[in-house]
Structure formats: structure tokens, C-alpha cells
Ligand binder design. Structure first.
Ligand code: ARG
Length: 582
């Protein structure tokens, strides 16, 4: 409610500024206070007193002007000017009550279906298949999946694209190693069980043996020219590596399937076409033997235009070339209106450049939106990019196992009498969702510190806190022997804490649109955290099962029920399952 009134006041200031009644350069900090005496309304604000001096106005007269310029709001029943120039707001509980009743009886909780459904292509996870997935893939995978779910919930047609790195020079080395193992009669499958070890062994051979390195180089050439034997070997490697990713997605509850994989290799045949099309449009220039596009908008520090290399001197293609081919596929074949790339912030320049090349080459329509959704780095508690004690990048599967183990200890301590099976189940949900939530709840664009202790804490903006809050709300219904959906009585809001909770509940729709638009799930996390907090205050101040009258009890139960539904729906958009007990 405070945020709503703040917005109204901000808009009034803007319109007063545009009429030169207020100076352009003021940006007052608007503070909304609750009134102590309800006869003065519900909220009060001293903006007019603060602005009187810079505006060279009498505070009461200015308060008058501000109230005249407040946009209409269904939430505010009236405003009054009090004392030297305070503005008091009276909120309209009937409006809130109606909204709550509607949301409660709507399976979508009043979250609008979009009136303009789009085809949204989402490029996320996209690991390089040569190696095992590690902590660096967490952010793209988890944030991308949450935004995918959110857009689908709004009614958009979402096409997932897992643009895996399955092509390029590293594969020569891996294939050479596979050959060598096979010649020794070893089983390749077994060796590939641990991709990390396999990769290191292959790299070791590459570094120590000239003959091996040459064989690796030959195999890259053979692979790229479509040699059947090479392709078979490559496919074998790729399938195993994808199966590893798939296992990680299943464990994480990420909605990607093998059908969503469309890696760099899928564009192999288009790469030469990209080059000839750019050439036909007169966009290619040669620079030191390489074919490049020079963009006016990207200059180095000497003011010279930066090249985007499309084809190397030796004829090889680059990461940018396959991204251009992929953009064309997404536009022409998939029919994208919007393409979102959940990729590390360090690739920012790459995306700015390929987006621009695609635009000037006409590979995408002008109205198609291309959006890099960058994210920051996962840091260790030492303030450096997260590493294991041995100094390597932690494997995703090891991190998840550790989270589950730690969660098991915590849950066991709280529930001595629970069966081992149930403990394991709860520990797995709590462990995995803690890792996910810790990532989702941080602003996407900043770095964040990976800390098992803070992500598994039952206090603060964490998965355990929210999961526990959900079990608390739903336990009220178990205790009362009432089904959450069975309440039909209307809600009636009289207490301050009821109004605060109701007001938060009705913001769900707004939050969902914000996540969908900006690709920022942390906004939803903060919302759910605040909602859980407001529920606690409500629960403390307003007895539910021992309410004074039956209608008050039902009204409060309804608020609790809508809180439970909103938490469950919100968590599910984050890709997190709720528990009934923990
Ligand atoms: N495989 C790349 C990496 O691990 C990410 C690919 C992102 N998607 C894209 N279309 N470039 O860095």
C-alpha cells in the first residue's frame, strides 16, 4: 500500500514539474507513514512540507496542488489535508475485498493471460558438451527456466533452445582420445562416466604427445568435412554428454528436454551461407586474411571500428558465425517475436555485436526483440570466483549432493521421529531448492556469493524460510480440518494487518508481468519473501481459528488460503516444489 501511494505521489510530482509548478531538478524521498489515529485516514505524508521551500509555495497550498494532481486510484477512497500541510490517505477496503474474493475463486489467482501472445525463444543453459556441467551453468539454467515458466504462465508460446557447444577444436582432442582407448580395447562408456576426468586425460595426451596432437587436428578437419566415422564417434560422445546434462536438469527440476537441444553443430551447414549472404550485402571486409564485418558503433580506444570476425583466415568459422545462423533460424523457422539469451555478462559485447550484424544484414525483422539477459558471476566466500578447495571449478552434481546432505542434517535435527524415506525426500527438496533459490533471489546482473550456510538458513530470504512458511499456512487448514478451496464466505478487512496482507496479495499479477518483461526472477523472490513476512505479522495480530465470530474466522481463513496458493504458485514459477511438512 505504501508503495502504491508513493507511486501516486511520484506521478503528481512529475505532472507538477511538467507544468513548471515544481522545479525540474527535485527528486524528493517520499516517506509514507501510517497514521496513529484512524480518523486521520490510514496513511500520511509530509511531501508538501518538504517541498514548500524549493517550490517557493505555502505548504498547505502545495498540498492542495499535489492532491489535485494525484492520479485516480481504486485503492484510495479519499485524501485530506491536515495541520500545516500533511496529506492523509484513506484506503478503500471494499476494493481490496473484492479483489481478494476474485483472486481466491480464480485458478490463475487473478494473473492475467496476455492479450498479445508472442512466440518467445529462450536460449538457456547452453553448456559446452566437452566438459561436465559446473557451477557456472547454474545461473543460466535456473534463471532461464524460471523466466520460461513465467512467460508460459502468461500464455506466451515459449520455445526452449539449448544452444550447447558441441562443435569446434576441442572435439578433435576428445575423438583422438576415444580412438586411442578403443584401440586399447577399453570400454568408452565407462571412461565417459566422468567427463571431467576424461577431458583432463585427453588434454594430458594432447599436451604430452605431438603425434596425438596431430591426430587431434586431423580429426577436427575430418569431422568438419563430414567424415562418417568421425561423426559416429562424435555423436557417441555427444549423446553421453547430453545424458549427463539431462540428469542434472532432472535433479534440478529444470524443464529442458533432449528435444530442446539445438547446438552449434546444428548450424554447421548454414555457416557458409551466412558468409555468402553477408558478402552479397556488401558487409564483409577482409582484414589480415579474415572476413569481418566492421560496425560503426563499436570502436576501440583509438577510435577505430572493431571487427566482428565471421570467418578466419584458415576458413574456420567462429562462435559469432553460428550465433548469426541461429538467429536466422529462430526468426524464420521458429517465428520468434522475442529472443532471450540467458548468458554470462562477460559475453555482453559479443551479443551487442551479433545483434547489430543480424539487424543490418536483415537476418531478423526490425520488430523482433533480441535481448541479452546477462548475469553476474558466482563467487566464493573468499570474494573470488567460486572454486573447490583443490582450486578447480566445482561440479554441479557435487554441489547438489552436498546441499542435499547438509539439508538432511538440518531436517533430521528438527524431526527426530520422521522415517528415513521421508527425511531423504524432504532433504532433497530443501537442498536443491536452496541452491536454486539462492541464485534466483539475487539480482540477476550482480555477482553473488555461494554459501551453503546462508542458503540453507531458515531465516531471511531463503528457500527453507519460504518452504517452512508455506507448511505453516497449510497446517492451519489441516488443524481446522478445512479444505483450502472450500471457503465461500466473503472476505472482510478491518484490521491493519489484514489490509496489509490483502494489499500484497493483489500485487501478484504486477510482479509476474515484471518478471516476464525484465527476465528478473529475484523480483518474484522478494515479493514472496515479503508476503510470507506480512502473513506472519497478520497471524500474530489476528487470531484465525479462535476469531471472535464465525464470519471473521472464515474471512481470515480465506486470506490464509490465498497466501498459501500464492506462495505455491509463485514458488512453482521459480521451479520450486512446496512441501506439506518439513
Ligand atoms: N556455450 C556457450 C558458453 O558456454 C554459451 C552459449 C550461449 N548461447 C548462445 N547462443 N551463444 O559460453
Amino acid at each position: 500500500m505504501k508503495a502504491h501511494i508513493q507511486q501516486l505521489l511520484e506521478q503528481a510530482i512529475v505532472s507538477l514539474q511538467s507544468q513548471n509548478i515544481l522545479p525540474e531538478d527535485i527528486q524528493p524521498r517520499i516517506v509514507i507513514d501510517r497514521t496513529k489515529d484512524k480518523s486521520h485516514g490510514d496513511f500520511a505524508n509530509n511531501l508538501a512540507l518538504m517541498l514548500a521551500k524549493p517550490a517557493k509555495q505555502n505548504p498547505r497550498a502545495l498540498a492542495e496542488l499535489i492532491t489535485q494532481h494525484l492520479p485516480a486510484s481504486d485503492l484510495v477512497s479519499k485524501t485530506e489535508i491536515a495541520g500545516p500541510g500533511f496529506i492523509n490517505f484513506f484506503i478503500n477496503p471494499n476494493f481490496l475485498e473484492k479483489q481478494i474474493d476474485n483472486a481466491f475463486s480464480d485458478t490463475r489467482l487473478n494473473v492475467e493471460l496476455t492479450a498479445t501472445p508472442q512466440t518467445v525463444v529462450i536460449d538457456y543453459s547452453s553448456p559446452n558438451l566437452a566438459k561436465e556441467m559446473h557451477v557456472g551453468h547454474l545461473r543460466s539454467t535456473i534463471i532461464g527456466d524460471s523466466v520460461t515458466r513465467t512467460l508460459e504462465f502468461q500464455g506466451h508460446r515459449v520455445i526452449r533452445q539449448n544452444h550447447v557447444g558441441d562443435w569446434g577444436t576441442q572435439f578433435g582432442m576428445l575423438l583422438a582420445y576415444m580412438e586411442e582407448l578403443r584401440a586399447k580395447g577399453e570400454e568408452i562408456n565407462k571412461n565417459l562416466a566422468n567427463l571431467e576426468v576424461f577431458y583432463r586425460a585427453a588434454k594430458g595426451r594432447f599436451d604430452e604427445s605431438e603425434t596425438f596432437a596431430n591426430r587431434a587436428r586431423d580429426l577436427v578437419v575430418a569431422l568438419q568435412s563430414g567424415d562418417q566415422q568421425c561423426l559416429t564417434l562424435w555423436k557417441e560422445f555427444k549423446d553421453i554428454s547430453i545424458a549427463h546434462c539431462q540428469a542434472a536438469y532432472e535433479r534440478l527440476g529444470v524443464s529442458l528436454t533432449v528435444d530442446d537441444v539445438r547446438g552449434e553443430s546444428a548450424y554447421n551447414k548454414d555457416l557458409a551461407v551466412v558468409v555468402s549472404d553477408l558478402d552479397a550485402k556488401g558487409l564483409l571486409k577482409e582484414s589480415q586474411g579474415a572476413k569481418c564485418v566492421f560496425l560503426d558503433s563499436f570502436k576501440n580506444k583509438d577510435g577505430e571500428p572493431l571487427p566482428v570476425i565471421i570467418q578466419k583466415k584458415d576458413g574456420g568459422f567462429l562462435y559469432a558465425t553460428s550465433d548469426l545462423a541461429a538467429m536466422r533460424y529462430r526468426q524464420n523457422t521458429l517465428g520468434a517475436d522475442r529472443v532471450l539469451y540467458f548468458v554470462d555478462a562477460r559475453q555482453g559485447l559479443h551479443f551487442q555485436q551479433v545483434f547489430e550484424v543480424a539487424r543490418i544484414a536483415g537476418f531478423v525483422k526490425p520488430e523482433t526483440s533480441l535481448e541479452h539477459m546477462p548475469f553476474g558471476t558466482v563467487m566464493g566466500e573468499d570474494g573470488k570466483p567460486f572454486k573447490t578447495r583443490a582450486g578447480s571449478t566445482p561440479k554441479l552434481s557435487d554441489l547438489l549432493t552436498e546441499a542435499e546432505e547438509r539439508a538432511y542434517e538440518l531436517v533430521k535435527e528438527k524431526n527426530q521421529d520422521m522415517s528415513e524415506g521421508e527425511l531423504r525426500h524432504i532433504a532433497s527438496v530443501v537442498g536443491i531448492s536452496s541452491v536454486k533459490y539462492a541464485d534466483l533471489s539475487k539480482n540477476r546482473t550482480s555477482d553473488y556469493t555461494f554459501s551453503f550456510n546462508s542458503m540453507l538458513s531458515f531465516e531471511g530470504n531463503t528457500a527453507p524460510y519460504l518452504l517452512y512458511a508455506y507448511t505453516r499456512v497449510s497446517s492451519i487448514f489441516n488443524k481446522a480440518g478445512i479444505e483450502i478451496d472450500s471457503i465461500t464466505a466473503p472476505v472482510s478487512l478491518t484490521e491493519e494487518k489484514e489490509i496489509d496482507l490483502a494489499n500484497k496479495l493483489i500485487q501478484f499479477n504486477e510482479i509476474i508481468s515484471q518478471v516476464a518483461k525484465q527476465g528478473m526472477p529475484h523480483v518474484l523472490c522478494s515479493y514472496l519473501f515479503e508476503l510470507a513476512g506480512l502473513f506472519s505479522s497478520f497471524y500474530e495480530a489476528c487470531p484465525i481459528l479462535s476469531a471472535e465470530t464465525e464470519s471473521q474466522k472464515l474471512s481470515r481463513l480465506k486470506l490464509a488460503a490465498l497466501t498459501a496458493k500464492t506462495l505455491k504458485q509463485g514458488l512453482s514459477l521459480l521451479g520450486i516444489n512446496t512441501l506439506e511438512r518439513m
